[in-house]
Structures are given as structure tokens and as C-alpha cells.
Design a protein around this ligand. Structure first.
Ligand SMILES: Nc1ncnc2c1ncn2[C@@H]1O[C@H](COP(=O)(O)OP(=O)(O)OP(=O)(O)O)[C@@H](O)[C@H]1O
Length: 647
């Protein structure tokens, strides 16, 4: 099975040899590179040859001056080589930069084109920035690869010229094992590249899984899914271990090649030394040959094997990915860790449109969304749910429909099933019978990411994390939002003072230093900025005072096109809603607040004593004041539901 990358797509090897085609098209910079490479090659030549001449013609012949002159020549070679190396680096830059520019052009054009074609132009920016990061990796890997190849070729050329000049018989002793080593390495390259690619992919998958798990530890614990989280990360660890072991086995070939090409010639030179000396090789020649092998060829071979094995493979993987990487799937984006952990927290949304302003506008509707718009935003049909096979149903045959833009409050005594209803609507619980749909799309079988694009659920216990205010607020957006948009949203929800006090969007959040209410305000702002059309507030304002609660609810109700379902902590929430669903154990009622006064004894009891200090000036006392313009009573919005938990 082929490895799969971050995007879940197969990572294909580069079949079109894009890099080689690029090199063929750029012969001039290559020629410059080769020309400057003559200086390091000359340095290598002088290193061994100069040492040999210094010994043979100088010190061993009793001519110290000549010996020193040859050593000085070798030293001069080092200086020339150093100068040449700086020029080589420049030439590599000149070769790598156009590759980078070309890739960036290609990636930007393709990414934006796809985003526009997919009807999500805003997603192109984030996507392109991710891909251009990969382009940087490709550029660096390419430059590294060219450098080690160039260094090896220069060293080889200088060494072979030196060996041939000293004594041609030395050539096969050094060259034979070296060629064998190169052949062995070349043979191992393909399987090595495959294993390396598998490790890269496994490593990314592990990093993803670990990041997700670490980011959602609190929720994992709260949701009691520790075992599942451990199993998920453990599987990735095992996969990476297996990939690394497989790579290690092929890595051993590299060690053998290094021993064969770099160390065997040393042993051969030493072992054959007496014979070589008897057959025309001078002591200086033997020393020079050893110098070529130990000081030049061995390090160059080591760099070549390492460089081609890592930078080369990385380049192949990244280029393949750049050429095949698609836009993230339309609609739902990457799912957040906490959703994947199964905890009922705010989910992430689709890729954002960056806008300043208090209320983020909806995402451009996806194809098919127009049809879905006519469907209720939240719809439960004949939903029955019980915790456990033999348990009494908490909800039994419930029908409910909230239209797009609707505002429903769910009220009822503790244990009536309000949170259960929210979890069912959010797709976090599956009904025993019946079906649940959001924006016309059934929630059953949807991934967490798909659900996250449809609704945001804010539970009682707000989740904030150590980090910047901006990170906390824009967590559900695929790309950062301008500071003005963050502060405007905070203002709208009632968290403006808090964000100011924390130092604005750049300020830091320390969860332990915040009160429960302050954490709720941040979580509410984050949910407010979510692109999901349906907001489910499950007593999400319980730690706020009534006025703050009213402000937050009104802000959510005013989200353009947004649908709001509030599991009410205070009965005053019902005053602000278009429709109210009363769950009271034996039965359930729905309607406008004024209708319910006549129909539900429980609602009458609850409403009788309500007094909402947050009421806007001019609000009349009593239920009629909250009936508001709201929804036409066509029976198609909040509709009938049968008995709940029959006695
Ligand atoms: N995970 C669970 N396992 C078993 N029973 C549960 C579970 N969660 C809730 N229940 C039970 O289901 C019933 C409905 O609970 P739910 O939390 O939905 O009610 P609620 O109206 O939201 O109550 P409250 O206002 O106190 O939060 C209660 O009897 C509760 O004890």
C-alpha cells in the first residue's frame, strides 16, 4: 500500500523527473557551477599531490625548501578552494532561486484557480501559503542536493587526477571499491526513497495526531475518551516505528556502501602498500593516495550518501506533493482535535473570509446549499433517544424544525433532556430512532469536520487555552482574522472589556487566571466568529450575569443568516427567542412565548416570575413583549413533538 500524506492522498513518486527537466533547461547556471567547481577540484588535487611531492622531492630527498614549497602550494590550493566554494554557493543560489520562483508561480496560479473554480476564493490564500511553505522546503532540498553532488564530483575529479598523476596503478585500488559502492547505493536508492517517504508521511501523521491530542487533553479527559485517544496516537506511533525500522534496514545499505567506497580503499592501500612500493609507487605517492581517500573522498562520499538519501528524497516527496496537492475539500475544513476526541465543544468551521466587522457574514454557499436553504436549519424527525439499551427514552418521537435564521429557546427542568437534545442536534449523539438533519443534510455518518462546518456547539464549560487572545478567538477559522474583526466580534458578544484588559488580540490568555464567566465570553466570541451557520448554546452563558447573557444571545441572534438554539439557563432566554420548546418530562410544547403561556402550565409557572434586568428599554413586561417579529407561525418551524418520556 502506498503511503498517504497529510491530505490523505497518495504521495506519488516524481515520475516526470521535473528536477532533471529543470536542470536541462538551465544549462548556463550549471556551466557556471561546474566552472567554479574547478577551484575546489584543484584544491583536492593539490592536497594529495602536493603532499606526495613534498615528501618525495623535498623532505625524503633532503631538500627541505622544496618540501616546504609543495606544502605551501597545497596551502594555496586550500585558499583557492575556499574562494571557489563561496562562488559555488552563489551559483547554487542562482540555480535554485528560479526553481523556487517557478514553483511558487505554478502553485499560486493553480491554488487560486482551483479555489475560484471551487467557489471558495477565500480558501486560496491559506492553501497557497501552505503550499509556498513546501516550495521553500523544495528549494532548500534542491540547493542541498546540488551542493553535495557538486562537491562529490569536484572531489572525485581532483582525486582521480591526483592518483593518476602519482601512479596510475593507484587508480584501480581506489576507484574499484568506490564504483562498487556507488553502484550499490544507486541500486538501494529507489527502495530507500520509498521508505524515506513512508517515514515522512508517518512522521507527519504522528505529529498531527499528537498535536490534536495534546491540544484537546482537557476535553479528552472530560469526554472520557482517553482510551480512544491513546489508541489513535499509539497506532500512529507504531506506524512510524515500523516505517523507521524499514528505513533503518535500508539505511544499512548506505553504511555498507560507505565502508566499501570510503574505508575499503584505505585498507587496500595499507595492505597492498609493500607491493605498491615495489611496483613504482613512491612513499609520497602512497601517502598522497591515503590523503585523497581519507581527507577528500571519504567525507565527500559520506556527504553524498547522506545528502542524496535525505535531501533528495525530501525533494522528490515535496515536488510530488506540490504537483498533486489539492485544495482542501469543499465545505468542511480540517476537523479540530477536540471534535475528533468526541467532546462537545465548539467545532471548527470552513475556511474563512477575512472581514472586519462585528458579525461575520456567512460563507459563500456551497453548490447545493441554495436548495438546502429552504430546508430547516435544524430538523429532528421522530427522534427517540435513551442512554443505554434498556433505559427509558429521554426523548421519544420528537419532531422539531428550526428555520434558517430562527432563534429557538429550549426550557425545562433539570434532567428533562435539554442537553441531550443539543447533543443530538449537533450530531454528537445518534438517535435510537428517527433522523436529525442540519441545513437539510442528515447528520448521521458525517465526519466531525463535516458537522463542524454546519454547527457550533458551545457547552457550559468553556474551553480556552494558553496562548494569544487572537489564537483563542480565531481558533475556529482556517486563517487568522484581522485584529479589528476580533475586537469587533468581542464587542458584539460583550467580551470587549475583557479583551481590552487582556491586552487586545495580541494579549495572552492564562485559563487559570480567568473566571468561568470570562472563559465563557472568550468561547462565545470564538463561536460567534465560527463560519458554521447553526449555533447551539447549551447553557453557554450560565456564568454570565443576566445582562451579559442577554447581550451575548442578542449578538448570536443577529448573526446574518445564523440560526440560534439556546438551551436556556434562565427563563429570560425564552423572552428573546422567536420560538420556545418546553421540555417538561411527561410532555413537550412548542410555540411563541405568548402561545405557550396558554398551552404549557410549566411555562406559565416559569414565566410568571420572570423579570429580566437586561430587558431593553421599552420592552413591555410580560410575554407579549418577547413574541417579537420572529417567525411566521406556519407550523413548519417549530413543529409538533409527541410525548417525551411517557410516565
Ligand atoms: N451520559 C449519560 N448517561 C446516562 N444518563 C444520562 C447521561 N447524560 C444524561 N443522562 C440522563 O438523561 C437525562 C437527561 O439529561 P440532560 O442532561 O439531557 O438533561 P437537561 O435537561 O440538560 O438537564 P440539566 O438542565 O440539569 O443539564 C437525565 O435523567 C440524565 O440523568
Amino acid at each position: 500500500m502506498r503511503p498517504r500524506g497529510r491530505t490523505g492522498r497518495e504521495v506519488r513518486p516524481v515520475r516526470d523527473h521535473a528536477v532533471f527537466r529543470y536542470l536541462r533547461r538551465n544549462r548556463r547556471p550549471l556551466a557556471v557551477l561546474a566552472a567554479w567547481g574547478l577551484l575546489p577540484a584543484a584544491q583536492t588535487f593539490l592536497l594529495g599531490y602536493g603532499l606526495a611531492r613534498a615528501l618525495d622531492d623535498g623532505f625524503l630527498a633532503g631538500r627541505t625548501g622544496v618540501g616546504l614549497a609543495w606544502l605551501a602550494a597545497a596551502g594555496g590550493g586550500v585558499l583557492a578552494g575556499a574562494f571557489g566554494t563561496t562562488r559555488v554557493h552563489r551559483a547554487v543560489g542562482a540555480l535554485a532561486e528560479p526553481l523556487r520562483d517557478g514553483l511558487v508561480r505554478e502553485v499560486v496560479a493553480r491554488g487560486l484557480h482551483r479555489a475560484v473554480r471551487a467557489g471558495r476564493p477565500e480558501s486560496g490564500t491559506a492553501d497557497v501559503s501552505r503550499l509556498t511553505h513546501q516550495v521553500e522546503i523544495a528549494r532548500d532540498s534542491f540547493a542541498g542536493l546540488v551542493l553535495v553532488l557538486q562537491m562529490f564530483v569536484c572531489t572525485l575529479a581532483g582525486s582521480l587526477a591526483g592518483l593518476a598523476s602519482l601512479a596510475p596503478v593507484l587508480l584501480p585500488v581506489v576507484l574499484g571499491p568506490l564504483l562498487l559502492a556507488l553502484a550499490l547505493f544507486a541500486w538501494s536508492l529507489r527502495p530507500l526513497a520509498r521508505r524515506q517517504r513512508a517515514v515522512l508521511v508517518a512522521d507527519e501523521a504522528l505529529a498531527d495526531a499528537f498535536g490534536e491530542t495534546a491540544g484537546g487533553l482537557r476535553d479528552i479527559t472530560a469526554a472520557g475518551v482517553r482510551g480512544r485517544a491513546e489508541a489513535a496516537v499509539g497506532a500512529r506511533v507504531d506506524a512510524e516505528l515500523a516505517a523507521a525500522l524499514a528505513l533503518g534496514r535500508w539505511g544499512a545499505v548506505r553504511v555498507v556502501a560507505l565502508g566499501l567506497g570510503g574505508q575499503l580503499p584505505i585498507l587496500l592501500l595499507l595492505f597492498l602498500g609493500p607491493w605498491l612500493l615495489r611496483n613504482g609507487v613512491t612513499p609520497g605517492g602512497l601517502l598522497g593516495a591515503l590523503t585523497f581517500v581519507t581527507q577528500a573522498l571519504l567525507p565527500a562520499l559520506q556527504a553524498l550518501l547522506g545528502g542524496v538519501g535525505s535531501a533528495g528524497t525530501r525533494l522528490a516527496v515535496v515536488i510530488a506533493r506540490l504537483r498533486t496537492d489539492p485544495l482542501p475539500p469543499q465545505g468542511p475544513p480540517a476537523e479540530p482535535a477536540r471534535e475528533r476526541a468526541g467532546a462537545a465543544v465548539e467545532p471548527s468551521g470552513a475556511a474563512p473570509a477575512e472581514r472586519a466587522g462585528p458579525a461575520p457574514a456567512r460563507e459563500a454557499p456551497a453548490p447545493g446549499a441554495r436548495a438546502a436553504r429552504r430546508r430547516p436549519a435544524v430538523e429532528l424527525r421522530g427522534v427517540t433517544f435513551a442512554y443505554g439499551g434498556r433505559a427509558e427514552p429521554v426523548l421519544d418521537g420528537l419532531d422539531l424544525a428550526v428555520p434558517p435564521g430562527g432563534h429557538l429557546a429550549v426550557v425545562g427542568p433539570s434532567g428533562a433532556g435539554k442537553s441531550t437534545l443539543a447533543a443530538l442536534a449537533a450530531g454528537l449523539l445518534a438517535p435510537r430512532a428517527g433522523r436529525v438533519a442540519l441545513c437539510g443534510r442528515p447528520v448521521a455518518g458525517r465526519t466531525a469536520a463535516e458537522l463542524a462546518a454546519l454547527r457550533v456547539l458551545i457547552p457550559q464549560e468553556a474551553y480556552v487555552f494558553r496562548g494569544s487572545v487572537a489564537d483563542n478567538l480565531s481558533y475556529l477559522r482556517a486563517a487568522p482574522l484581522p485584529a479589528a474583526a476580533l475586537t469587533a466580534a468581542a464587542e458584539a458578544v460583550g467580551a470587549g472589556d475583557l479583551v481590552d484588559r487582556l491586552g487586545g488580540p495580541a494579549g495572552q490568555v492564562d485559563p487559570a487566571a480567568l473566571s468561568a464567566g470570562e472563559r465563557q465570553l472568550l468561547a462565545l466570541t470564538r463561536a460567534f466568529l465560527s463560519p458554521a451557520p447553526v449555533a447551539l448554546l447549551d447553557e453557554a452563558t450560565c456564568h454570565l450575569d443576566p445582562a451579559a447573557e442577554a447581550g451575548a444571545e442578542r449578538a448570536f441572534a443577529a448573526r446574518p443568516g445564523g440560526t440560534l438554539v439556546v438551551i436556556a439557563h434562565r427563563i429570560s432566554s425564552a423572552r428573546r427567542a422567536d420560538r420556545v420548546l418546553v421540555l417538561d418530562g411527561a410532555e413537550a410544547h412548542s410555540g411563541t412565548p405568548s402561545e405557550l403561556l396558554g398551552r404549557s402550565a410549566l411555562f406559565r409557572d416559569l414565566a410568571a416570575g420572570w423579570s429580566d434586568p437586561s430587558r431593553a428599554p421599552g420592552d413591555a413586561d410580560g410575554v407579549d413583549a418577547v413574541a417579537g417579529p420572529g417567525l411566521a407561525d406556519d407550523g413548519g418551524q417549530v413543529v409538533a413533538h409527541r410525548a417525551l418520556r411517557e410516565p
